[in-house]
Design a protein around this ligand. Sequence first.
Ligand SMILES: *Cc1c(COP(=O)(O)O)cnc(C)c1O
Length: 380
Amino acid sequence: MNEKIWLSSPHMGESEFKNVKEAFETNWIAPLGPHVDGFERDIADYLGEGVHVAALSSGTAALHLALILLGVQAGDEVICQTMTFSASANPIAYQGATPVFVDSEEETWNMSPELLEAAIQDRIAKGKKPKAIIIVHLYGMPAQMDRIMAVADKYEIPVVEDAAEALGSSFKGQKLGTFGAMSILSFNGNKIITTSGGGALVSKNEESIKKSRFLATQARDAAPHYQHSHIGYNYRMSNVCAGIGRGQMEVLPQRVEKRRSNYEFYKEALKELKAIQFPDEPNVDFSSNRWLSTVLVEGEVTREAIRLYLEKDNIETRPLWKPMHMQPVFADAPFYGDGTSERLFELGLCLPSGSNLTDADLDRVVTQLKVLFKKTEVKV
Ligand SMILES: *Cc1c(COP(=O)(O)O)cnc(C)c1O
C-alpha cells in the first residue's frame, strides 16, 4: 500500500517542542500560564486592528461564549450560514435558541448578502428579530464582507465571524477574524495551524474578552473562597497547548504561502481536465489562505467516483460540508435558500491540502486523477 496522503495534517515548526518542554520545566501544566498570555498577544499582534484575544479549549467553545456575550438566550433566533461544519451551528442549540439557516452565493460559497437580508426581513415580519448572524469563511475564502456588514449594520444585528478556517486570509487587506463584533478561530489538528485542540475568541471590545476569560474559568467571583454569581464554563486553553500555538504562530506566514501554492499547483497541473473547476478569488479584495484546495466536478466522472478512486491509492479527499439545513438534526430549522449550497455539496471535493505535502505527494494526486479521467475517456 502506498503511504497515506492526508487531507490536512499537523505540521510542526522549530519552536513548538521547545515551548512544551519549557512548560514542563517550569511546571506550568495548567489551563493558564505564560504561554497562554503570550499566545494571546501573538494572535492579537498578527491580526492587528486593536483586537483582544482569549485563548480557549476549542473554536466551538469560542462560538458558545460569543453567543453568551451577545445575550443569546432560549427562544431567540440566530442566523447562520447553512454551508458549514456543524460546530458553527451547535452553540446556537446549546443556548436553547433556534438557528435560521441562510444559503450561499456562487462566488465565495459563503453567505449570500441578498438571502441574508430576505431572511432578516421575513423573521422580523414573523415577529422575531434575529439576535446575531454567524458568518463563515469556508476553506479560508473570505465572505462578501462589505455587503454582509452593510446588511448587518442596517438592521443593527451583531456579526459573529467564524474564522475557524480562515486564519491568514484577508478581505481588502484586513485580516479575517477582525470584522465581527466577536470572531472565533480554531486550532484543531486539521486547521492551518494547530495546538492539537484549541480555539480563540477575538474582539475589539476588551471588556467582552475579559468577561470571556472569566466565564471560561468557571466564573469565579473575586473572593478567597469559591463564590459564583454566574454560570461558568471550563473553556480555557492549557499552557502546554499554548506553547505549541506560539511556535505555530512563528510559521503561519509560511503555512499560508504553502497552502496557496498547493492550490496553484493543482490548478495548473489539472487545467486540461475541463470537468474540474477551481474556485478563484472573485477579485483582488479577496485573499484566501487556501486552507483546503477545493474543486467542483461536473460531468461523467462524479466527485464521489474521484473520492473512491483516490481512496484506493490511500489518498484522502472529502466532499464539501453538507449544508446544515440538510442535516437530520436541524430538519425543523427555518431555511432561506436558492439551491446553491445543495449544488456545491453535490459537486464539490476537497483535495489533499496540508502544508507538509511534498512535491512527490502532489504529483501522485495529480497523476491518479489524470489516470482516472483517461480511463473514463477510453470507455466512452
Ligand atoms: C473547525 C471548525 C470549527 C470548530 O472548531 P473546533 O476547534 O474544532 O471546536 C467551527 N467552525 C468551522 C467552520 C470549523 O471549520
